[in-house]
Ligand binder design. Sequence first.
Ligand code: ADP
Ligand code: MG
Length: 236
Amino acid sequence: MSALVVENLEVVFGRFRAIDGLSLAVDPGEVRAVIGPNGAGKTTLLDVVSGITKPRGGRVMLGDTLDLTRCSEAEIARAGVRRKFQKPSVFPALTIRENLDIGCGAGLGPAERSARIAEVLAEIGLSGREDALAGSLAHGEKQWLEIGVVLASDPKIILLDEPVAGLSDDETGRTAALILSLRRPDRAILVIEHDMAFVEAIADRVTVLHEGRTLYEGGMRGAREDARVIEVFLGR
Ligand SMILES: Nc1ncnc2c1ncn2[C@@H]1O[C@H](COP(=O)(O)OP(=O)(O)O)[C@@H](O)[C@H]1O
Ligand SMILES: [Mg+2]
């Protein structure tokens, strides 16, 4: 059974079809990258999965039974689908610990929360910094904190929109290692990214979107050799 299935998705803005009959299935344990030119519909796809945008047609199934297109944003988050937005959205006037505490959500008791926060701090490489204000962090550290906020709730589906945009090569390498460390058999990770070396380092498979449809799906090596992918995207 797939972790996440997008079936025949259609999203229309006015007369513009941003997603045009898109289908894809992400396996449990998989890291899937969604790549493609600007305007291909990548962020819109994440907007639908996370419930911000409702599609005109199609569905997004979490496991066998839950159609996310019929759920509110809060229900989707509670079902274990969590997203890191393209622009860092951590609370700058709160500390790292306070940001992670918010990410833990409501369900945990105080002891569980501090254990969870300590675990996440270690995962994102910010142990010992928990009292620093999020606003004082470097751009790369903010991105990791943001991933930490997502991790704090122990999500089953992690959605990451351009996690290495604006990062140095060193920070990008550390982010790739972080994402690989988050792989679990009961978790799927969907990453939008433009940095192809990064994508090659983390993704089991890539989906190349173009004009709201799948142009290619498979390994990154195959994508690099695909004539249509080269024409609309990689060749530029
Ligand atoms: N809320 C919206 N209203 C109108 N057009 C939108 C809206 N959101 C996205 N679009 C358009 O849909 C297309 C796909 O956008 P997007 O999903 O952000 O692309 P990508 O993330 O692949 O660069 C773009 O042409 C964009 O301008
Ligand atoms: Mg985008």
